[in-house]
Write a protein that binds this ligand. Structure first.
Ligand code: MTE
Ligand code: MO
Length: 408
């Protein structure tokens, strides 16, 4: 390895360390090779800027942190409780005034560059509540297990996002009639430090890019995006796996074929085109790109393990979401799915926003129960009670969420 190359890798490792510490290492150039710095301990406030230390850390390089169900009880997920799924190392020392978004590609009529100020002033500003869920949320439950972050239920959140419609910018550049897909590039860097590799570059079919809910955003819940959620600019596509919603957005390509960026191919974000039995090896040509997220719900109150007296009613609450128009019903069961009762359900504020539900439950006698929730969407789809069909990478687990309750 050349000296330059070694220096480059060392710099990028130090970059990611500085990011983890939340500050620069002043005498970084003096660190003897082979020495691991002590760091600031496992103090999450320092590790993860802008994130609550109550979140669950699955990995710190790249940073992957999920939100325990009971911390998702708010109608809009607060920024410090919103999950983080990174594939690489976030950019450091971001200069918002110098940030540029380039729109280009074989199916773009021209190439244009925009500053964030231009995006804000040239296009109509819109705010929508949109649910983002990682395609791998719930992976932990699959058997045989799938490799990758072992997400439990917390790679999901719903925020109010403010920005502009992606289609307004695409139309400003001009979309050729042969456009098939858009792909994004962000300014995060590859874990290996290699400059010529992007950690992830995914995208969506052109019809999705042109939907009125597909946004380029700079604000989350009326604040700047947290640095770990893509500050200063990101895409948000409700209803699609969150991997399509590019963070630290610097370039969009309008493609005349399906985008073939990093993590678009192989088994990434793909499932068998037809269901297979657990453990089956599926060849690449029989794997299809995930293009929508399934109907799902989460009980966010009480925390699993709650205790209640027999003469009391147990209040439960949570959220339900879908990639179809809206949720039409949420039901709960206390008898392992044999009988179901309907919950109160809030209206849909806009498509792809999660809807709140609540209920008050009475129990027939003392003992251990599980409360299960099941949502039905406007396509008539419901959640599977135990697990949906197995797939090699453990995507799209929308099984009923369960909490344990002890009645005394
Ligand atoms: N540039 C960039 N965009 C990205 C990613 C990334 O690593 N880099 N991760 C993707 C994945 S896999 C998911 S699930 C979502 C997570 O968004 P969040 O971290 O804001 O919750 O961002 C997506 N966008
Ligand atoms: Mo993801």
């Amino acid at each position: 390895m050349s000296k330059n190359r070694r220096k480059f890798i060392k710099d990028s490792l130090l970059g990611s360390l500085a990011f983890t510490l939340g500050t620069n290492i002043v005498y970084a150039k003096n660190i003897p090779s082979g020495l691991n710095i002590l760091g600031l301990g496992k103090t999450p406030e320092y590790q993860f800027p802008g994130k609550s230390n109550l979140l669950t850390v699955l990995n710190d390089r790249p940073i992957n942190i999920e939100t325990p169900a009971h911390l998702l009880n708010d109608s809009l997920t607060p920024n410090d409780k919103f999950f983080v799924r990174n594939n690489g190392i976030p950019p450091l020392n971001i200069e918002v005034d110098k940030w540029e978004l380039t729109i280009t590609g074989a199916s773009a009529k021209t190439t244009k560059k925009y500053s964030i100020a231009e995006l804000k002033s040239n296009f109509e500003n819109v705010s929508l509540n949109l649910t983002l869920e990682c395609g791998g949320n719930g992976r932990k439950e699959f058997n045989p297990p799938a490799k990758g972050n072992q997400w439990s239920t917390g790679a999901v959140g719903c925020a109010k996002w403010t920005g502009i419609r992606l289609r307004d910018v695409l139309n400003d550049v001009g979309v050729k009639s042969n456009a098939v897909y858009i792909g994004y590039y962000g300014s995060d860097t590859h874990l290996s430090g290699a400059e010529d590799k992007t950690p992830i570059s995914r995208g969506v079919p052109i019809h999705k890019a042109l939907e009125k809910e597909s946004l380029i955003v700079w604000a989350m819940n009326d604040q700047d995006l947290p640095v770990l959620n893509g500050y200063p600019l990101r895409l948000v596509f409700g209803g699609f796996p969150a991997s399509c919603s590019g963070k630290w957005l610097s370039k969009i390509v309008i493609r005349n074929k399906v985008h073939d960026g990093q993590k678009m191919n192989g088994s990434s974000y793909r499932i068998p085109c037809n269901p297979v039995s657990p453990g089956t090896k599926v060849s690449a040509e029989n794997m299809c790109i995930i293009e929508s997220m399934p109907v799902k719900s989460l009980i966010t109150y009480p925390k699993t393990g709650a205790t209640i007296k027999l003469d009391q009613l147990l209040p439960i609450s949570g959220h339900a979401w879908t990639s179809s128009n809206k949720i039409v019903k949420v039901e709960y069961s206390i008898d392992f799915g044999v009988s179901w009762n309907e919950c109160n359900l809030s209206n849909s504020i806009n498509r792809y926003a999660w809807q709140d539900f609540d209920a008050k439950i009475s129990f027939p006698q003392k003992g251990y129960y599980e409360v299960w929730a099941n949502a039905t969407d406007s396509d008539g789809k419901k959640q599977p009670m135990i697990l949906p069909s197995w797939n090699p990478k453990g995507y799209l687990n929308n099984a009923c969420h369960r909490i344990a309750v002890k009645v005394i």
